[in-house]
Ligand binder design. Structure first.
Ligand SMILES: [Zn+2]
Length: 198
């Protein structure tokens, strides 16, 4: 489908009929509890995932951690590295509109968490494909912003613009007039990309 990924008219990305997000995780098959956490803070962990005993707070390595006094499990809370891309073609950049919290309904660059074993580039390519249907080639790294998102510059090489499961829309915007991005890190990366040459 080479060529079909080229930027179309504004609004052309709103293909497919996807029901609005109602605050209930659509993948749930049992009790559809409202989403409270995407990445729960350590204080929200109540039971040991290994032995189901109650977790308690304990100082380890200079910070309070959730600790299991029965089996010794420790919830080491770490950042979740992510990758995102500025996809540029014919004067336009690719943005996606978020379906899920945080910032549901906001526009951002396509991206997401890196899976175990993935490189930044592979994660960026996969996330762009999943969220927009567009296949990309990574051109260079833009930089690392926030905790911790690696941004890359990329260009489309195929695919078809269709918003993915976790996107309400995927659209091309003029690079000179992008939407306000809902994450300061994405906004900063986009500005760095624009300043350092496309
Ligand atoms: Zn345990």
């Amino acid at each position: 489908m080479a060529g079909s990924c080229a930027p179309g008219p504004r609004g052309g990305g709103r293909t497919g009929k996807i029901p609005a997000f109602r605050g209930v995780f659509p993948l749930s098959t049992g009790s559809a509890a409202p989403i409270r956490w995407r990445m729960p803070p350590s204080a929200a962990w109540r039971f040991c995932p290994l032995c189901a005993a109650a977790l308690v707070e304990r100082n380890l390595d200079g910070a309070p951690r959730r600790w299991c006094s029965v089996c010794g499990f420790v919830y080491w809370e770490h950042p979740h590295p992510a990758a995102a891309a500025v996809v540029f073609s014919e004067g336009r950049i690719l943005c996606v509109r978020r379906r899920f919290p945080p910032e549901a309904g906001g526009w951002c660059l396509p991206g997401g968490f890196i899976e175990p074993g993935e490189t930044v580039e592979a994660a960026a390519r996969r996330e762009v494909r999943e969220e927009s249907g567009v296949e990309v080639e990574v051109l260079r790294q833009i930089g690392v912003f926030g905790v911790v998102i690696a941004f890359v510059a990329a260009r489309p090489v195929g695919g078809r613009l269709i918003p993915g499961f976790d996107a309400l829309a995927a659209e091309w915007f003029p690079a000179s007039a992008p939407p306000r991005l809902c994450f300061p890190t994405h906004q900063a990366a986009l500005e760095a990309w624009a300043q350092n040459g496309r």
